[in-house]
Ligand binder design. Structure first.
Ligand code: SF4
Length: 445
C-alpha cells in the first residue's frame, strides 16, 4: 500500500508527472521509478479536467480496481484514527465545555466538511520567534526567524508542560503542538523539547515541518513518530518537486507509510488556502510566485487550535480559536485573551485567570452578549433564527421567543435578560438557561 501512497504523492505534487501519465502511463511510472502499474489504480489519477484533486475521487469507480479500493480503505482508516484523536477533550470541565462550544460555533460559521475536520488541538507552543522557511502562502503569517527559546536544563519547559497537563490531562495534551508560526526543526534542540513532551503526555508531539530535507538523518529519526494510530504524527510539507525527489530518494516507501506528505509545490493539486500571507499576496497587486494560483475557497482558515498559543521566546500567551479569515482576523483565528509570562510559575495563574474569565458557564452579567460573527438574527412569526451560509438555528415557540431574538440582536446582557423575564413573573434562571443553550449550540461568541 505504501507504494500506491508514493505514486499518489508524486501525482499530487508534480504536474509534469501528471501530464506524462496522461500521455503514456507505463513510461511515466518507469521514468519516476514507481513500482505500481498505473492501470491498476487508474480511477485515482485519470480524473476529468474539472475534477483535479482527491476530493473528486469516485469511490464507485474504484470498486472495479482492487488496489485503488484498498488504498481508499487505507486512507479511510487514517481519517478514522485522526477523528478518534480529535474527539478527545481536555480534562478540566470548564475547558471541556468551552471547547465543545467552539466546536459548535465553528459548525455555525464554517462549511460543514471543514468544521467536521477541525481538530481543535488544546495548545500550541512555539519554540522559536518566527520561521526560517518564509513560505509566501504561510496561513498563520509567520515572521522572519529571529530567536530560539533557551532549553537550558529543560526545567522551565517541563514546568510549562506540567501547567498545560493540569488543564488538559495527558490524553488531550498529547494532541498539543510544539509549532505554530514556527517550524519545529528550526530549533536546534527540538528533540530535547519533544522528549520532555513525550514524558509529560505519553506520546511524542505531532510534528509538521517544511525542513525535512535540511538534515535527512534528523528527519529519519522523526519518522517512527508516525504510526497507524497516530496518522498526523509526522507531516512533511513538500515545497518543490526537487524536494519531493530528495525525500523519495532518501526514504523508502515503507518508512514513509504513515508519514503525511503535504504537497505545497507550485504544481500541486492541493489548492492554496487564502489565509494569512496567502491572502495578502493573492489580493495584493503583486501576483503569487506561481502565477495564477487555484484557491480552496471552502477553507477559510488553517488554524486548528482552540486553546492556548504560547511563544516560549517572547513569553506571550493567547487564548485562540479558529474563525473565518477576515480583515479583523487575517490569520483565520480569533484571539480571546492575551497575557505575558516570564516563568512557569507566572504562567499557571495567567492561564487559570483566562479559564476563569473566558470559559465561564454563563458570561459575566453586565458583559454584552455577542451573536457569533457570521450569524444573522432574523425574526420569525414564532420566534427567531440565527443563520449563516452554512447553518441555521431556529428558536421557536413560547410568548417571549421573538423578544429574546430582538434583545440578542441589540446586544443585551445577562442582567438585562434576567430583568426582562422577571417582569413577566418568570424566574431569572429562565434567562440563564436560554443563554447557556445558545452558547452550547454555537450561536453566541
Ligand atoms: S507555512 Fe510553516 S514552514 Fe512555511 S513559513 Fe509558515 S510556519 Fe514556516
Amino acid at each position: 500500500m505504501c507504494h500506491v501512497k508514493r505514486f499518489i504523492e508524486r501525482w499530487a505534487a508534480d504536474d509534469r508527472f501528471r501530464q506524462a501519465l496522461r500521455h503514456d502511463p507505463q513510461a511515466a511510472a518507469r521514468r519516476w521509478h514507481l513500482t505500481i502499474d498505473p492501470e491498476a489504480i487508474r480511477p485515482l489519477w485519470d480524473l476529468p479536467p474539472e475534477a483535479t484533486d482527491w476530493r473528486h475521487w469516485d469511490m464507485g469507480a474504484c470498486d472495479a480496481y482492487p488496489l485503488a479500493a484498498a488504498y481508499l480503505a487505507f486512507r479511510r482508516v487514517r481519517v478514522e484514527a485522526a477523528e478518534a484523536l480529535r474527539d478527545i477533550s481536555p480534562a478540566l470541565p470548564a475547558y471541556r465545555r468551552w471547547r465543545a462550544r467552539q466546536v459548535a460555533r465553528c459548525h455555525s460559521v464554517f462549511p460543514r466538511a471543514f468544521a467536521d475536520a477541525l481538530p481543535h488541538a488544546p495548545f500550541a507552543c512555539e519554540l522559536s520567534l518566527g520561521c526560517s522557511v518564509g513560505c509566501w502562502f504561510c496561513g498563520v503569517g509567520a515572521d522572519r526567524l529571529t530567536a530560539h527559546a533557551w532549553y537550558g536544563n529543560g526545567q522551565q519547559w517541563r514546568d510549562i508542560l506540567a501547567v498545560l497537563r493540569g488543564l488538559t490531562g495527558s490524553d488531550a495534551g498529547a494532541r498539543g503542538l510544539v509549532y505554530w508560526a514556527s517550524d519545529p526543526l528550526d530549533h536546534p534542540q527540538f528533540e530535547h523539547f519533544a522528549r520532555d513532551f513525550t514524558q509529560a503526555f505519553g506520546a511524542p508531539p505531532h510534528t509538521t515541518t517544511a525542513l525535512a530535507t535540511q538534515d535527512l538523518e534528523r528527519t529519519r529519526r522523526l519518522l517512527p513518530h508516525a504510526t497507524a494510530a497516530s496518522p498526523l504524527g509526522v507531516r512533511l510539507s513538500v515545497l518543490s518537486v526537487a524536494m519531493l525527489d530528495r525525500i523519495h530518494a532518501a526514504f523508502t516507501a515503507e518508512s514513509l507509510a504513515h508519514v503525511e506528505l503535504v504537497p505545497q509545490t507550485p504544481g500541486s493539486v492541493l489548492r492554496k488556502v487564502p489565509v494569512g500571507k496567502a491572502r495578502l499576496r493573492l489580493t495584493a497587486t503583486s501576483p503569487a510566485p506561481a502565477g495564477r494560483v487555484p484557491l480552496n475557497e471552502g477553507a477559510p482558515s488553517i488554524a486548528c487550535v482552540s486553546g492556548f498559543l504560547i511563544n516560549l521566546v517572547s513569553g506571550h500567551v493567547r487564548l485562540i480559536t479558529p474563525a473565518p479569515c477576515s480583515d479583523r482576523e487575517p490569520d483565520g483565528y480569533r484571539t480571546i485573551a492575551r497575557g505575558e509570562f516570564a516563568t512557569a510559575a507566572d504562567l499557571e495563574p495567567l492561564v487559570a485567570q483566562m479559564v476563569a474569565e473566558h470559559m465561564r458557564v454563563l458570561p459575566a452579567e453586565h458583559v454584552p452578549l455577542r451573536v457569533v460573527d457570521g450569524l444573522t438574527v432574523r425574526e420569525r412569526d414564532d420566534g427567531f433564527e440565527l443563520a449563516s451560509a452554512h447553518a441555521r438555528h431556529v428558536v421557536a415557540g413560547g410568548p417571549l421567543t421573538r423578544g429574546l431574538g430582538q434583545r440578542l440582536a441589540g446586544g443585551c446582557t445577562v442582567a438585562g435578560l434576567r430583568q426582562w423575564v422577571t417582569s413577566f413573573g418568570l424566574p431569572a434562571e429562565v434567562a440563564d438557561t436560554w443563554v447557556i443553550e445558545l452558547l452550547d449550540s454555537g450561536c453566541l461568541a
